[in-house]
Design a protein around this ligand. Structure first.
Ligand code: C5P
Length: 400
């Protein structure tokens, strides 16, 4: 299962807050990803959303009190924390954070957090409160204490608040909590490693309104950056012009031209453990960039001839460094996939090339890959790009 949340068991503890409605959506996302979710709700949480909703979405009875007689041994705080891979408190109210920081045991959620085995069931806390409550020294003291005790605090975000004020304290969106939890729980074979990824096309201007570019949505490269960050690597993503969100935990540098990509990559490449070049770099650029838009001459039929200059080959330049990182190239071919890709691997002097059929994948969410190295080939059959990226990163982590 390439999705790191598949088969994980999450203890989802809700305290009081209007943001509780987002946890309904989060539960859906977790269940869809193959995780099992055990919800517990404080009394305050039930003022905002009902246990009926949470039971229906999680497919499990919601636990509401430490005196729950359905537990044969009357110890939900022990039973539920022992089976969980993580305990997520969301929304975490100011009151709940105070209780957690103090190690209180007079209601279900704080009691369970106190009773869990710290090493086996990590605690993640997702604050949700008014900005003044968040900024108050008492809350900030509690946050610092929770972190010192090993908890991970996700957010909060800044923005519009239910009370009408604007500021810090807003709970993260369901998808953001999901992404952070996934990042947290994924295996970390690349911890301590640095990875550099190029992605997207480049754009080579002709004049202020026109340019030359390649087909590339950037989706494969962004998925690889995401998978590498999940695996614990410090990831730098050098991206050409694409409209994709930056994956969580990834440092992104935006560029436009091949030369700019080269200038961003080369100074960083020497300090990396691996360099994955997925960008569709334009091989040539207009030799001259016109200051003003080229105009059609009145009545004339002659089209302009554009003189071209060659762009630097970024991947080949990195591979030629005295101590290069482990270099992975991409080859988008339209025929004779393995043959062309292997020739390219040798020409560029790199240990691994990933081949795909260009026209069959441009802009799509799925792809199929062929990994080619000195020893031979390995096929990664058609799947969504993020699953393929995770498989590729797993493969790469065994090579480093
Ligand atoms: O030579 P070709 O463009 O087919 O090679 C593709 C591989 O080389 C990709 O990994 C691409 O990111 C990389 N490349 C590069 N700089 C270039 C051209 C290609 O890094 N100027």
């Amino acid at each position: 299962m390439s999705n790191p949340l598949h088969g994980k068991h999450i203890l989802l503890a809700m305290s009081g807050g209007i943001a509780g409605y987002k946890i309904a959506e989060l539960t859906r996302l977790l269940v869809k990803a193959g995780a099992s979710v055990q919800v517990m709700m404080s009394e305050a949480a039930q003022q905002f959303i009902t246990p009926v909703t949470m039971q229906a979405l999680s497919g499990r009875e919601v636990v509401l009190t430490q005196w729950d007689a359905r537990q044969p041994n009357h110890m939900p705080h022990i039973n539920l924390s022992r089976e969980a891979d993580a305990m997520l408190v969301a929304p975490a109210s100011a009151d709940m954070m105070a209780a957690l920081a103090q190690g209180r045991a007079d209601e279900l959620i704080a009691l369970t957090a106190l009773a869990r085995r710290i090493e086996e069931c990590p605690l993640l806390v997702v604050p949700a409160m008014n900005r003044e409550m968040w900024a108050h020294p008492a809350t900030q003291r509690n946050v610092a204490q929770l972190k010192a005790d090993g908890a991970t605090v996700l957010g909060p975000a800044a923005g519009d608040q239910a009370c009408g004020e604007i500021g810090d304290g807003r709970m993260l969106e369901a998808q953001q909590i999901f992404d952070q939890l996934l990042l947290f729980l994924a295996p970390k074979p690349l911890r301590g490693r640095a990875l550099l990824v190029t992605a997207g096309p480049t754009f080579e201007p002709i004049d202020p309104v026109r340019g030359i570019t390649n087909h590339s949505s950037g989706k494969m490269g962004f998925a690889i950056a995401q998978a590498a960050a999940e695996a614990g690597a410090a990831v730098t993503l050098v991206a050409g012009p694409v409209s994709l969100p930056t994956p969580p935990g990834v440092r992104r540098i935006d560029v436009q031209t091949a030369q700019q990509m080269f200038d961003a990559v080369l100074p960083l490449a020497g300090q990396q453990d691996a360099f994955i070049a997925t960008a569709a770099v334009a091989d040539w650029r207009p030799a001259q960039v016109h200051k003003h838009k080229l105009k059609k001459a009145e009545g004339a039929v002659t089209a302009p001839t554009i003189a071209m200059a060659e762009n630097p080959d970024i991947l080949a330049a990195v591979a030629r460094l005295p101590q290069p990182p482990f270099c992975v190239g991409f080859a988008a071919e339209s025929e004779k996939l393995a043959e062309h890709a292997e020739a390219k691997r040798r020409r560029k002097g790199i240990p691994l090339i990933v081949a795909n059929l260009g026209p069959a994948t441009f802009g799509r969410d799925d792809n199929a890959l062929l990994l080619i190295d000195e020893q031979g080939q390995r096929e990664l059959p058609r799947a969504d790009k993020l699953s393929l990226a995770r498989e590729l990163i797993r493969d790469l982590s065994t090579r480093l």
